[in-house]
Structures are given as structure tokens and as C-alpha cells.
Ligand binder design. Structure first.
Ligand SMILES: Nc1ncnc2c1ncn2[C@@H]1O[C@H](COP(=O)(O)OP(=O)(O)OP(=O)(O)O)[C@@H](O)[C@H]1O
Length: 272
């Protein structure tokens, strides 16, 4: 079959594909766009996205979060934000948290935060593109994109439409880790997107008596797996009930963040 002149659906190999990138709003300036991805759900991707934004803000950078997890948005809750968005002729203003983190999420467009988002794939993908093109992202140093889990339609749209500078792959310590990390890393490589590293969540619990690490999900294999794919391990994060409490109370910005997150934030700082 010949070229259909639509690189998004055509399988014909006729040279360099046309860029499918979507132009940002004309009032936007975003220096670095970082995708936070995971091969499966529930590994703490939204929490880590929030903590990375908080951590970079504490280091003096202007952070933003684009919540691309359209059907399972959880970013606004962690920051205690709700309500409608405001706009002007040029576009939509993101919501700004108490410490100055700009964010957009489908939850700000729903009449009630617990309304389900029942959209078909193409509408979801279009919504994510509009979060980039229609929102006025002013003077942002680091934008973190919280992706839905897996390697489906939305991650593909984000990889093709946004100028992603790199991705961070989230995982947890269990048997499937090799396959899950492998899928995310290979997808990024196929799309020529740098893999900045892997973060393992739920790595251990710190014993309140002796400070020792208890590996509740068994021995971590993340170093071995990351080495297999030639990517660094940026952090191994503990299970910390205080973090879950902070998310539930909408005050992640006041939480004590895990020290091991510093490996990731130091790496991000070098990107600027
Ligand atoms: N290290 C941790 N310590 C304590 N609680 C955590 C930790 N990581 C995540 N959680 C909690 O686990 C739950 C799931 O985390 P989160 O929503 O970040 O996962 P996710 O990977 O984004 O999920 P989804 O796939 O649904 O998008 C949340 O309630 C979160 O606060």
C-alpha cells in the first residue's frame, strides 16, 4: 500500500516521518518536559510526579504538571485543588498550587470530581493535546506529564505530540519488573525519546525501632533490570504512610519527601 500522507495511521516506509508535534500556546514557555510512565497501574506514578514537582519547586524552579491520566486523574487531590478553570482570549490558565506549581487536569473541567470520564480513545488523546496547546504555561522550568499506565493510545499521543525531553519509568519490586520496564524503555527508544532512569517505589519499609529496611515485596532486582536496559536507577522509595496521608489530605507540598528522591532531582537539574 502507498503512502496515505497521514503519518499517524500510514504504515508505509517513505523516509523521515513528518513531525506530529503540536504547537504550544503562543504565550507558553516550557523549558523541559518530563514524562512519568509506568508499565502497569498503581505503582505510585501520580505520587512520584507530584513529589518531583514539589522537589524541583523547593529547589527554586517553576514546576508544572500536565495530568494526562484522563480516566484516572489524581493530581489535583494531592494538592488539595478543585474548582473551575479560568481563561482569556489567548487560552486557558492552569490552576496554581499554594507553592506556585501550575497544573491542568480533567478534574478541573468536570462538574464533580467523582464524575467518571467516559471518553473514547481519540477524544482522550485530543484532550491531552489541548492541555498542551490551549493552556498558557508561563515561564515553566520543568513540566511533569503524569501518563496513564501502559503503552496505549495516550502515551503514544504524548510521545508524538509533546516535545518530551525524557521519561522516568516507575516500577515496583516484583517478578514482572523486567518485562514492565522493558516495554516502557523499548517504546521510548522506538520513539527516540531518552530514558532518564527508573524509580522503584514500595522498595521497603523503614523499621520505626531500628531504622532497618524491611523489603516487604521481596528483594529488589531493579539495579539488575535497569543495567540490562542500560538506564540508571534514580531512586528507591520507601512505603511511607505519611506520604499517603499527605495525598489524602491534599497537602503533598507540606510533606517530608524521601531523601532518595534527591538522585532524581539532581539529574533533572542537570538537564537545564
Ligand atoms: N511510597 C508510598 N508510600 C505510601 N503510599 C504510597 C506510596 N506510593 C504511592 N502511594 C499511595 O498509593 C496509591 C496509588 O498511588 P498513585 O495514585 O500515585 O499510583 P499510580 O501509579 O499513579 O496509579 P494509576 O495507575 O491509577 O494512575 C495512592 O493512594 C498513593 O498515595
Amino acid at each position: 500500500m502507498g503512502c496515505s500522507h497521514n503519518c499517524e495511521s500510514c504504515s508505509s516506509n517513505c523516509g523521515e516521518p513528518k513531525s506530529l508535534q503540536v504547537a504550544p500556546n503562543k504565550l507558553s514557555t516550557v523549558r523541559k518536559v518530563i514524562g512519568v510512565v509506568s508499565g502497569k497501574g498503581g505503582v505510585g506514578k501520580s505520587l512520584v510526579t507530584s513529589m518531583l514537582a514539589v522537589s524541583m519547586t523547593r529547589r527554586g524552579y517553576h514546576s508544572a504538571i500536565l495530568d494526562a491520566d484522563i480516566t484516572g486523574p489524581s493530581i489535583p487531590k494531592a494538592f488539595g485543588l478543585s474548582g473551575e478553570l479560568e481563561g482569556c482570549e489567548e487560552g486557558i490558565y492552569p490552576k496554581t498550587s499554594s507553592t506556585g506549581i501550575d497544573m491542568i487536569s480533567i478534574n478541573f473541567l468536570l462538574p464533580h470530581a467523582d464524575d467518571p470520564v467516559i471518553y473514547r480513545g481519540p477524544i482522550i488523546a485530543e484532550t491531552v493535546k489541548q492541555f498542551w496547546s490551549d493552556v498558557i504555561w508561563q515561564d515553566v522550568d520543568f513540566m511533569f506529564v503524569d501518563m496513564p499506565p501502559g503503552t496505549g493510545d495516550v502515551p503514544l499521543t504524548v510521545f508524538q505530540s509533546l516535545p518530551i525531553d525524557g521519561i522516568i519509568v516507575m516500577t515496583s519490586p516484583q517478578d514482572l519488573v523486567s518485562m514492565i520496564v522493558g516495554k516502557a524503555v523499548k517504546m521510548a527508544q522506538m520513539m527516540n525519546i531518552p530514558v532518564l532512569g527508573v524509580i522503584e517505589n514500595y522498595s521497603y519499609i523503614e523499621c520505626p525501632d531500628c531504622g532497618g529496611h524491611i523489603e516487604v515485596f521481596g528483594k529488589s532486582r531493579v539495579e539488575e533490570v535497569a543495567a540490562q536496559y542500560g538506564v540508571p536507577v534514580l531512586a528507591k522509595l520507601p512505603i511511607d504512610p505519611k506520604l499517603a496521608e499527605a495525598v489524602d489530605a491534599g497537602c503533598i507540598e507540606d510533606a517530608k519527601l524521601p531523601e532518595s528522591l534527591q538522585g532524581a532531582t539532581a539529574m533533572l537539574e542537570k538537564l537545564l
